[in-house]
Design a binder for this molecule. Sequence first.
Ligand SMILES: Cc1ncc(C[n+]2csc(CCOP(=O)(O)OP(=O)(O)O)c2C)c(N)n1
Ligand SMILES: [Mg+2]
Length: 590
Amino acid sequence: MATVTESAAASAKPQPAQAASNAQAGEQIDGFQLVIEALKLNGIDTVFGLPGIPITDLTRKAQAAGLRVISFRHEQSAGYAASIAGFMTQKPGVCLTVSAPGFLNGLTALANATTNCFPMILVSGSSEREVVDLQQGDYEEMDQLAIAKPLAKAAFRVLHAEDIGVGVARAIRAAVSGRPGGVYLDLPAKLFPQSIDAELGRKSLIKVVDPAPRQIPAQDAVKRALDLLRGAKKPLILLGKGAAYAQADAQIRALVEKTGIPYLPMSMAKGILPDTHPQCASAARSFVLPEADVVLLVGARLNWLLSHGKGKTWGGKGSKDWGGQKFVQVDISPTEADSNVRIDAPVVGDIGSCVAALLEGSDGIKAPAEWVAAVNDKKGRNVAKMAEKLGENPAPMSFHSALNVVRDVVKANPDAYLVNEGANALDFTRSIVDMYKPRKRLDVGTWGVMGIGMGFAVAAAVVGKQQVLAIEGDSAFGFSGMEVETICRYDLPVCVVIMNNNGVYRGDEKNPAGGADPSPLVFVKDARYEKLMEAFGGVGRHVTTPQELRAAIDEAFRTKRPTLINAVIAEGAGTESGRITALNPTAAKK
Ligand SMILES: Cc1ncc(C[n+]2csc(CCOP(=O)(O)OP(=O)(O)O)c2C)c(N)n1
Ligand SMILES: [Mg+2]
């Protein structure tokens, strides 16, 4: 007996009576088509995902309708790709997954997007509501909407084809307005084949007007902030990933340069102004944080990455003591202020509008020369120390000698995207490799999550249409390594460099019990990761010196071919947890 498939059912000849009523009713449109048209109407031209029931035809039909459909090997990578596309473009990145397990695989990326304020929509097919709600054991049964809710900024389900327009519009607005985040859109299998009158269906779609409205800060809030900055003896500006997202690069630069205030970029804010800018205080971070008296936070939250705005990092006596700074906080979310320490002057609004308002009122605000000189002095000494370290040429390579090469490559190719994950591989890259343009550094973000690597790299190449350089710890790479096939399949200009030290943090740990099992922290020694890329037709290189590394990266950039460079780093070169050793419970106990 022939199996009745969806497409066979759809193409079955209508009965005479039905045909007559169809003719009367005019052309029909189904749920698949309405979803695709709703996305297209809102300027979404690329979707990331992984096909299967019930969204297989959605991926096919989307491609047929001219959307770029990037199909991954694991939903988590597709989700990370969507989320970083959202960060890069201010349009929600869309990820398509199948029900239950596919949905759960995508959910990590959705939660990560919400945490990082990346606009993303996870569109997941789901099983039959009636069966799910009675827990009768459907194929891939799961109450996905309920599970997504606490991890998403918003979550919606569409049951009827005529509501698709509203569902997509609400998802878009929720993802990009105010503080951006991850949105879940649940589309049950039964929705897709529903057909309605095509004209009515198309009329029901909504092209979202002004999806992320500007939010103008109140004048008195701006004045309060300016007064504080005007009285500062040691002012400091901290630029966060929110400042990068806002694409207010020109206003931010103008404010920094007009006031002469030293600034520190958070990891993904590197490049809003070039890291080589004379006012960049990155090289004097541990000097400026405790010394500053007034700190202007722009799209930066006082979370763990900034030691919660208190403690020794900020000059406090004990680990939880306030360092005495006054804070001005520019943020789109009115509830961000005071989340860790007192914010003396919250400025609530979109970053572009807030910075423009601060700039307009900033006449007479100038960083005192003594403070600037002290910062520069500290910077100069630290840069000299770093240069010495970068000049060393040990065998096997150290993180420094390898990353010195990456530093030169990025300087020569400032438009390239730099994707970065790992522990030492992350921390050293962040501090050694200067960025020159905004939103080019894409990394593990607020959670320090491993696994973003290949998803981010694919999105950067597809959406950013530039060469991508992914600097990966060998452990970090493993989380999404199979996506090298995706990179080869779409023939993307992605060059992956694995900083291979044979393990998590280091490769020289031993089994403390002395047994045959290796330490939980180490991998197969001298693994040949480059062969993974060769397996799919890309270029693999095994390098042991900075010269070989440079030649291999240059070749990848010249040819634009998918490339994986296995860079051998000394097993003992890293430190436990990179720069965040102190967060380990054992270290904390000491
Ligand atoms: C999803 C996830 N799982 C586990 C971790 C814990 N973790 C932090 S860094 C890291 C890997 C560090 O090793 P590697 O990438 O090789 O970097 P290295 O320090 O060796 O350069 C792990 C497993 C994490 N951050 N995220
Ligand atoms: Mg490692």
